[in-house]
Design a protein around this ligand. Sequence first.
Ligand code: PEP
Length: 258
Amino acid sequence: MRKKIVAANWKMNLNLSEGAELINDLYNGMPELSEHRLVVVAPPFVHIGQAATQLATMDHVYLGAQNCHQEASGAYTGEVSASMLSSAEVQYVIIGHSERRQYFGEDNEMLAKKVNQVLANGMKVIFCCGESLEVRDAGTENAWVETQLREGLFHLGEEHFKNVVIAYEPIWAIGTGRTASAQQAQDMHAHIRSVLTSQFGAEVADGISILYGGSCKPSNAAELFACADVDGGLIGGASLKAEEFIGIVSAMLETEVA
Ligand code: PEP
């Protein structure tokens, strides 16, 4: 039975008291989750200590981080390692978000190293992939995403790959208010699962959660999450408001677990 997951990516938003208030509101309103229907909250690094304490009181709501460095330790001023995150109770790390790729020059080779660091430190990876509008308009989005998966993840053996969650986030839908249609999302998610099947076999591929990200809201989440290969969402803007985020989590809870 594969997991349905709704993950919050706060990006570079909220100060400490705002973050504490948001988690408190989530605590008060979160519907009942389970081992197979869970939530991840990925705040900025500075929130992590505080968020770990707050989330420890919530069942099946896990602490995430938005990035880590690709080396284990050393003279990398301003950076944060995977082992630091693990020691701070982080359980999921988002790797390869399109904003990291675009603004911080993270390429697939670097991302493969980050993936290794996260997994070596006993955490799970939320690996982001997705195409630009230019690539979609050229009709080459399937090949684009396949290359991101191959170069970022396919060095992994089956045992490690089981600790990866994929997030398909078409760049043209992130923060734009323009969501991929349910059919566009399903088509890409099915493609991703077929690529995973050819690499790792059907049993492993069927167990991997593939999240959709890009202007997901309470009003469109149910339709997206009802798609056979969409196993939840990675949520940016709407994760900053407890009511909206809980609305999206509720949509996940209404879908059948595959
Ligand atoms: C994201 O950046 O991961 C994201 C999906 O953002 P938004 O929900 O704001 O489009």
